[in-house]
Ligand binder design. Structure first.
Ligand code: TYD
Length: 270
């Protein structure tokens, strides 16, 4: 581990944004901006500090969220790559950016649930925190204007969003990510209640493969402290439960992504 340098000082979005202005922006979403990558088939993913909830009805800028999510997503995606779950992640470039493989995003939010919470609790009247008999995988159609409606495999097949073979692969990827993430979290005293992933298609010649894309971070997971039940995820923002940066820093600290001594204002380690 090297000593922190000025480049690591927390955070410098203004300067970084001006350096990035020369690059071609491909897409700006709620929490990330995508730029053309340095080589064909690559993309630069920039993590913003913007937080949104309830389909962007609630918005705020949370100092340092982008830096934490960049590091946490790097951590999870690297681990997944190491156990043979393919992801789009290539390498982290700096505090807010990572280089990823360009892929065609399957228009589904793939949700895996281990405990009832959020919309599942509301829809089915199951108390939040109830352990499910087995992990349950749900699919939502990615369309903000429609509020990402829940769909079944029948819709997915009928509208051609993914083939039956794709669905088999997506289910197996989702369950492998769930096992990996559940284990990583359990090891640091955190319960993985649920999470969302997105899946990308990459083409090697005529051959198509599905990989985990987008991000894996406390923005897209529900994470509860096993002992206290304290929420360490985006529900802190959705439900006004305190400092989101503190919650995400705590996750990063427990996983060893941040040094133990520095919780609130992260000085990042390599
Ligand atoms: P869910 O309970 O369906 O929705 P909400 O977060 O609105 O209560 O979400 C399940 C998990 O998936 C939760 O950890 C948040 C995540 N998720 C996203 O990150 N983005 C999405 O668009 C959706 C639908 C879920």
């Amino acid at each position: 581990m090297r000593a922190p340098t000025r480049r690591d000082s927390f955070p410098r979005p203004g300067l970084e944004r001006s350096l990035m202005a020369r690059r071609k922006k491909i897409y700006e979403g709620k929490a990330k901006i995508l730029y053309e990558g340095p080589e064909p088939g690559t993309i630069v993913q920039y993590f913003k500090d913007d937080a949104t909830a309830f389909n962007a009805e609630k918005k705020d800028v949370i100092d340092g969220k982008g830096v934490l999510n960049n590091r946490l997503s790097e951590f999870f995606m690297t681990g997944l790559n190491q156990i043979g779950v393919p992801t789009h992640f290539i390498r982290r470039l700096n505090m807010r950016e990572q280089l990823v493989r360009n892929c065609e995003i399957v228009p589904l939010e793939v949700i895996v649930r281990n405990y009832a919470a959020g919309t599942m609790s509301k829809r089915l009247g199951i108390a939040e925190g109830t352990q499910l008999p087995r992990p349950i995988v749900e699919y939502c159609y990615k369309d903000d204007a429609l509020g990402d409606p829940l769909v079944t495999e029948e819709h997915i097949a009928a509208f051609g969003w993914a083939s039956q073979q794709d669905m088999d692969d997506i289910l197996s990827l989702a369950l492998r990510v769930n096992d990996f993430m559940s284990g990583m979290m359990l090891a640091v005293g955190i319960r993985l209640v649920d999470f969302k992933i997105e899946i990308g298609r990459v083409f090697d010649g005529d051959f198509q493969r599905l990989i985990v894309a987008d991000e894996i971070s406390p923005d897209s997971c529900r994470l509860w402290d096993i002992e206290t039940g304290q929420k360490l995820d985006k529900d802190v923002f959705r439900r006004d439960l305190g400092s989101l940066t503190d919650a995400y820093s705590e996750v990063a600290r427990r996983l060893g992504v941040l040094p133990k001594s520095n919780v609130a204002k992260p000085t990042l380690i390599n």
